[in-house]
Design a protein around this ligand. Structure first.
Ligand code: ATP
Ligand code: MG
Length: 583
């Protein structure tokens, strides 16, 4: 693939980026200096809720809007930092009065309502563990996670309770209480009205001493490659959140910030709750699901200046033939970041053309707890690259030898597994109830991500694919991302998912599943055109040899293409865990 640079003219930026000289900042960085930005608790230790909310509520930002909530039907609610402090303290008092202790798990299953955000902060204040579930999960994935995560309390709505939880109650042995966000009265001693509990609770709560290593969050992975894993995080992770908010998201005090992710996924908690508040920003939450017009209107009407979203959403916006920068006033917007899947170069360039600014790709995982590698506002972008490691993060390309030792691949452009030097504050501390699996992720002082990548000579990292998705064809190693991105350069292709199909002659044959943009219909002619297009872009060895049209590609509910499912279906194998599969 031809690699273009997008350079930046910082003179034209409305604000001076927080990070101007990458090498200098990277070298000078120390986590100790990051720690100096925080209060610590009056009772000692470090607590996310205190640093994100109470610290600001006790100071100059007390009346500033912390949460700006946009309801599905046009309602709007705002909460200042002082109000968030009071409400979350009430919630913490509710937990405490019911005897919910430090380390015990509080699950949430709710659409993006203000109560979800209040509960999240309240749980952390009580030093209990927050475990947010995606509201569109069916009963089976909910049961799996609540059983596996030892759920003690569940916060949910009456509708979701009736539909999904009531039939499971008998099987949820550890569950002591259900709080119903919208019930006016208790149902019995177990199923309680949250408004009633909140009304009777005091709005003053003193957070007890919290060890920076105390568990804060339990998050399940997306299940893209198999059974979702329960990932354990600690309060100290806030240092990574603050650092990445500063450098990758370039947060400045007056920014209006919108992260489109649901708290059911780690991006929606780390960057939809914690990080903007650590920086004292106004955080926008939209209750609705994706809708192109609505999204552009939010950007315009709320004067969003930093927008954090995902490739799947961007591809959906690209599918619609529109010119947002002309049709909407997006003049407040100054930075777009994206995470979750590889961001195709085509998407970055679409941003330049239609939004009048590039989209910045960044890479991380549930396990890393925060952004590790990112394209930066002040730095040139190479479309298709994930960017460079953030200050404080050491990333490398490594190879695991047969004898179990690791070697670092120092040669530029040479592929291997993406690894991180252990010790960054938001590193996961366990896979819940799976010590063995956790241990397997580490060799010496390196954490192995399971993703394959390479590093170019300027230090930018390029994603190749998940180790499980790599295709071996005629002696070549082919990453699906490269093939998918090339196909997407064809004007008719909306999305592509590429797999390797066993083949006696060449090991694996590259097969592409393609969904088309409006105005294009599947046909033999188009299939041949795409096969030829692939060959011209990639060369015969790497280009897909088979193409199949699908209306939609199978995806996780967080929007990731599930290549393992494409493969299982192609080969007639068992589909494995499909708990996160989109409807
Ligand atoms: P599971 O571990 O259950 O299979 P998952 O890995 O998709 O699910 P997450 O932790 O949500 O669960 O996703 C992290 C993974 O997403 C990364 O390991 C990587 O494969 C992919 N990813 C995230 N951001 C990027 C990016 N910018 N470019 C390429 N891949 C990305
Ligand atoms: Mg994973």
């Amino acid at each position: 693939m031809e690699k273009k640079w997008i350079s930046k003219n910082i003179e034209e930026f409305p604000l001076r980026p927080n990070l101007l000289e990458y090498d200098k900042e990277y070298r000078a960085f120390s986590w100790q200096r990051i720690a100096e930005n925080f209060d610590g608790l009056p009772s000692g230790g470090l607590n996310i809720a205190h640093e994100a909310i109470d610290r600001h509520a006790n100071g100059e930002l007390r009346d500033k809007t912390a949460l700006l909530w946009l309801g599905q039907n046009g309602e709007k609610k705002t909460y200042s930092f002082a109000q968030m402090k009071a409400e979350s303290s009430r919630f913490a008092n509710v937990l405490k009065s019911l005897g919910i202790a430090k380390g015990e798990r509080v699950f949430t299953l709710s659409t993006r309502l203000p109560e979800l955000y209040i509960s999240a902060i309240g749980v952390l204040k009580n030093r209990s563990v927050l475990c947010p579930l995606f509201s569109q999960f069916g009963p089976e994935p909910i049961l799996q996670r609540m059983q596996g995560g030892d759920a003690k309390v569940l916060v949910t709505t009456t509708r979701l309770f009736e539909k999904k939880i009531r039939p499971l109650l008998e099987q949820l042995n550890t569950l002591s209480y259900v709080f119903l966000i919208d019930a006016l009265e208790d149902e019995n001693a177990q199923v309680l009205s949250l408004p009633r509990l909140m009304e009777q609770a005091d709005e003053v709560f003193e957070i007890e001493r919290t060890d920076p290593e105390d568990m804060s969050l339990l998050h399940f992975t997306s299940g893209t490659t198999g059974m979702p894993k329960g990932v354990v995080h600690v309060h100290k992770a806030l240092y990574t959140h603050w650092m990445s908010g500063k450098y990758a998201l370039d947060m400045h005090p007056d920014d209006i910030y919108w992260c489109t992710a649901d708290p059911g996924w780690v991006t929606g908690t780390a960057y939809g709750i914690i990080t903007p508040w650590l920086h004292g920003l106004t955080n926008i939450v939209d209750e609705s699901e994706f809708d192109a017009e609505r999204w552009y209107s939010i950007l315009q009407e709320q004067n969003v200046s930093i927008w954090y979203t995902a490739p799947t959403a961007i591809r959906r916006l690209m599918r619609i033939d529109s010119f947002p920068a002309q049709e909407y006033d997006l003049s407040a917007l100054r930075l777009i970041q994206s995470v979750g899947e590889p961001l195709n170069p085509e998407a970055v360039l679409w941003g330049v053309e239609k939004l009048k600014m590039p989209i910045h790709d960044n890479w991380w995982q549930t396990e890393t707890g925060g952004i590790m590698i990112s394209n930066l506002l002040s730095q040139s972008i190479r479309p298709g690259s994930m960017g460079r490691p953030l200050p404080g993060i050491e990333a490398a390309i490594v190879r695991l030898e047969d004898d179990g030792t690791l070697t670092q691949v120092t040669q530029a452009d040479k592929e291997g597994e993406l690894a991180l030097k252990v010790g960054w504050p938001s590193m996961f501390r366990a896979y819940l109830h799976n010590e063995e699996r956790y241990k397997k992720c580490f060799v010496g002082e390196w954490y192995l991500s399971g993703d394959l990548a390479y590093k170019d000579k300027e230090g930018y990292f390029w994603f190749i694919g998940r180790a499980d998705d790599i295709i071996k064809t005629s002696g070549h190693m082919v990453g699906p991302f490269e093939v998918e991105s090339s196909l997407m350069e064809h004007p008719g292709v909306a999305e592509a998912g590429v797999i390797g199909k066993p083949d006696e002659m060449i090991g694996q044959l590259v097969k592409a599943f393609v969904s088309l943009k409006a105005g294009y219909e599947p046909s033999e002619e188009l299939r041949h055109e795409l096969l030829g297009f692939g060959r011209s872009k990639l060369g015969a060895a790497v280009a897909p040899k088979e193409i199949e049209f699908l209306d939609n590609l199978p995806k996780t509910r967080s929007g990731k293409i599930m290549r393992r499912l494409l493969k299982a279906r192609e080969l007639g194998l068992s589909e494995g865990d499909t708990s996160t599969l989109e409807d």
